[in-house]
Write a protein that binds this ligand. Structure first.
Ligand SMILES: [Zn+2]
Length: 129
């Protein structure tokens, strides 16, 4: 088979990347959208595991938690003093039972913590129940 290439025809197949359309940036955005999200909720009440009320080892707080569920389903507790730790006794099921609102989307966990007051600026502060 002979292929005839006519150089007089405008080439329409592979357009050049227009300026401002950075393929790397586009990939990043697509990756973010597809990426499984870390979920979180807040839990103003004390959390009891096996009859023992969870206490923050850093500041001694016993309530007002931020509960984080990562992609593999591990649960982390975060205190108002910004101390955060993995709580192996809690599972995704516990998280689903605690979640009180549809999760919001934040770029990073630190952004979440800052936005809802778990970055340490409210250390020792309790809101009225
Ligand atoms: Zn604490």
């Amino acid at each position: 088979m002979r292929v005839i290439i006519n150089d007089q025809q405008p080439r329409t197949t592979v357009p050049d990347t227009p300026p401002g359309d950075d393929p790397l940036l586009r990939l990043q955005q697509e990756t973010e959208e597809d990426h499984p999200r870390i979920r979180f909720t807040t839990h103003p009440e004390p959390i009891t595991i096996a009859g023992i009320t969870v206490m923050c080892p850093a500041c001694g707080a016993r309530r007002d938690w931020m509960v984080i569920c990562d992609v593999p389903g591990r649960l982390f507790l975060r205190c108002r003093c910004a101390h955060q730790w993995h709580e192996p006794e809690l599972t995704r099921t516990d998280f689903d039972a605690m979640i009180d609102a549809p999760d919001r989307k934040y770029p990073t966990l630190e952004a979440v913590a800052r936005d809802i007051g778990y970055d340490g600026t409210l250390t020792g502060a309790y809101f009225p129940q």
